[in-house]
Design a protein around this ligand. Structure first.
Ligand SMILES: Nc1ncnc2c1ncn2[C@@H]1O[C@H](COP(=O)(O)OP(=O)(O)OP(=O)(O)O)[C@@H](O)[C@H]1O
Ligand SMILES: [Mg+2]
Length: 351
């Protein structure tokens, strides 16, 4: 077969097409890019055993929380899993990277947290892929930490909004994954995200001081588990911004693996300039430069996340994810489910 385009196309369905035929770096990158771009022709990622609500948290700034929320979300959706990304950071970087408007006045997560809006009213489609939706954050959210203080059941606001949304959606529109991007603090917004989630994904940057402050985050998660959300657990650690040229990156990665063992994904996200360029174009790196190492690493991390999710048992408090893959994460059905959402009472509500 001599036509390079035809070789590339036929390799899409043949995962074993490898370095033998595509023996130059550019050809390999083209092959990787084509595979990501034509994800629909590839084997979809397996659906999780239950709807996974994953809180992406680390109070340290700039470790890759937003980049991971965006790119894992896009990768999961490209490979057939309905995904909802909730931007819980007033900076609104997740919304930007997903091409979702977050100017003042846009219906946003603030309206669901502090106001009376349902999540369905503030979910927006994304430009990245039809199976991916986003609840954007506007700058209003910056005031929410203070405004929430006087709100009844303030720690449960996001949990209730998500639970109600999942119950009300028809099964074929329920997301398989809900990813919540946290701000770099341990305030009331992050607390809401930890109470709303079933599991935590912690991105750890392969840099000096990477583990600093992690103890505080783990203590907080422990406190939330004991007092507010017994189901929460750290289930995934993702190593980000790995720079293979430095010994430091290897040392940090090894230390994290020694400490967290199998929680750490095998896939490691390299430091890659395309990753940092993508948000400037309102895109994820997976759509901006699908063949880049940043993109393929995020696709691999998402694949691993999805594979690990298959064996998770259903939760009694959650509806099951809808079987058919393909329908976008839609707005709420007008039909309200009679099922109640069992959320523990807030301290304010208990006598
Ligand atoms: N793998 C990577 N390679 C290169 N640059 C990266 C990579 N991951 C993230 N970045 C860049 O590093 C910066 C911080 O990343 P990001 O915004 O995802 O971190 P964050 O933890 O969400 O930050 P914050 O705490 O401010 O919310 C961004 O400019 C982003 O583009
Ligand atoms: Mg961020």
């Amino acid at each position: 077969m001599t036509d390079p385009g035809q070789r590339l196309r036929s390799s899409l369905t043949d995962q074993s097409a490898s370095t033998v035929e595509f023996d130059s770096p550019i050809a390999m990158e083209a092959l990787r890019a084509t595979r990501v771009l034509h994800a629909a022709d590839q084997e979809p990622f397996p659906a999780p055993g239950r709807i996974r609500v994953i809180t992406i948290a680390n109070q340290k700034g700039g470790v890759g929380k937003t980049t991971s929320s965006v790119n894992l979300g896009v990768a999961l959706a490209l490979y057939g899993l309905r995904t909802l990304v909730v931007d819980l950071d007033p900076q609104g970087n997740t919304s930007t990277a997903l091409g979702v408007d977050h100017s003042v006045g846009t219906p946003s997560v603030y309206d669901a947290l502090v106001g009376d809006s349902s999540l369905a009213e503030v979910v927006h489609p994304t430009t990245a892929t039809p199976l991916l939706s986003c609840v954007p954050a506007t700058i209003d959210l910056a005031g929410a930490e203070i405004e929430l203080v006087s709100v009844v059941a303030r720690e449960y606001r996001l949990r209730r909004a998500i639970e109600t949304h999942l119950q009300e959606l028809p099964p074929e529109q329920r997301p398989h994954y809900v990813l919540i991007d946290c701000p770099p603090s341990l305030g009331l917004l992050t607390l809401n995200a930890l109470v709303a989630g079933d599991e935590v994904l912690i991105p750890i940057q392969c840099e000096y001081y990477a583990l600093e402050g992690l103890g505080q985050l783990l203590n907080n998660i422990d406190l939330v588990r004991r007092h507010l959300n017994p189901g929460i657990a750290v289930r995934t650690i993702l190593l980000t911004m790995y720079d293979g040229r430095t010994r430091l990156a290897d040392q940090v990665a090894e230390e994290v693996r020694n400490h967290f063992g199998s929680l750490v994904l095998d896939a490691v996200i390299p430091r890659n300039v395309r990753v940092s360029e993508a948000p400037g174009y309102g895109q994820s790196v997976v759509t901006y430069d699908p063949g880049s190492r940043g993109s393929t690493s995020y696709v691999e991390a998402a694949r691993e996340l999805a594979q690990r999710g298959v064996a998770l048992p259903p939760l009694p408090s959650r509806p099951t994810p809808g079987a058919p893959v393909g329908a976008p994460v839609g707005a709420a059905s007008p039909h309200r489910s009679a099922a109640t959402v069992p959320v523990p009472p807030s301290p304010e509500e208990t006598p």
